[in-house]
Design a protein around this ligand. Sequence first.
Ligand code: AMP
Length: 449
Amino acid sequence: MAEKRRFQAIKGTRDLLPPETELWNRVEATSREVFGTFGFGEIRPPIFEPTELFARAVGGETDIVSKEMYSFEDRDDTSVSLRPEATASVCRAYIEHNMHAWTQPVKLYYIGPMFRRERPQKGRYRQFYQIGAEVLETLQQGQGGPKDIAKDAAVDAEVVEMVMTFFARLGLEGVQLEINSIGHNAAECRRGYVEKLRAALTEVKDQLGEDSRRRIETNPLRVLDSKLEHEQPIIEKLPRISDHLCDDCRKNFAEVKRQLDLRGVVYKENWRLVRGLDYYMRTTFEITARGLGSQNAVCGGGRYDGLVELLGGQATKGIGFAIGEDRLILSLLEARKEVASDEWRVASGRIGCDVYIAWMGSDCQVAAIKAAQELRAAGLRVELPPVELKFGKALGQADKVGARFALILGEDEVASGQWTVKTLADGTQEKVSAAEMVDWVRRKTGAKV
Ligand code: AMP
């Protein structure tokens, strides 16, 4: 006989279960609703792509690509990877489907799992979910230049406004938005700044930790991300990008802030907020929420004007964000902790069961099935026991599943067409005719007609 083995979900992955999945569904439905009002349509890219796509888009030297991707050789010897993020896929799809010929800009959102082999902890998983959106616009001839600075700023601000609207609609608590501009990749702007930063870091090299020391060469901007306590006072004294932006980037950042103000979006500037990749430019932002401990970022985003071109498409502007759905849900659950579980179910938009059908006598099963079909067709939640139960057992079961009403169907009820309905909260009973049953329950539950 084969050895008995209990399987467990792979480390860093987990099962999402009811009733929590009700909340996941509500969050996703709300994102679709809110993003729809901003003119975004849904894209569902595949979950695996050529490894080369991510190496090119995310960058071969980043931790994500060099250490964290789930990659494997397919049977035709090509290397494929589970997606660690979706922006690369969206840009690949933009090029593949000639979206530059669609009405511009193209506004897309996605919802789905991402895979990174990180060290698991609260709020950090190897399979996690992101809700993200991208705005892409291919440059037409003669475009670019000073006029675009204001236009890009308004696009950026609207994207940020959309995320904040979504979070507000969900009632997410303790939301804080931080913004920065990282300029653009030119000698008179970010590249010049990075050289100054590198020089300043080299001077204090001996006081830095191992990671930061390594990054002086590979990616000095990432040193600003450091959370090491003893590095904080050193970082505070480093040159700041805001003092080294070129004229256009400076104007653009001022305009982004003005556009956020116009929209009533509250933000804080954080000069240390950076993205480690070359194609990111100008606007970057991050949003944190309450109840998440050290992994408190629920959303990261920024502008990436060069990316579509880098992947073989035409010169195209891009701005987008990714929300960590797992963390978003954790934060929402944290806030609801004190609420009793039943209230929580109601708060999350559902109640366990509307009607429990206690049928007795094999002749009554037909009537019970028909009643269940009618009530479910009206959108009500119905439990129909698969076998006949004794009266007391049936009512006990109705209680356990949290039913509001028990519909009692015995031979007398079926013969007379007058059904007995018991309200479980107070134990009262009424007779309701079979024909009026659906309307009666709807009225009582406040379900929409
Ligand atoms: P990124 O794609 O790295 O910019 O991340 C965007 C957002 O995704 C972060 O702010 C997190 O909320 C979420 N996120 C990133 N990595 C993980 C992970 N391993 N587990 C859970 N959420 C994650």
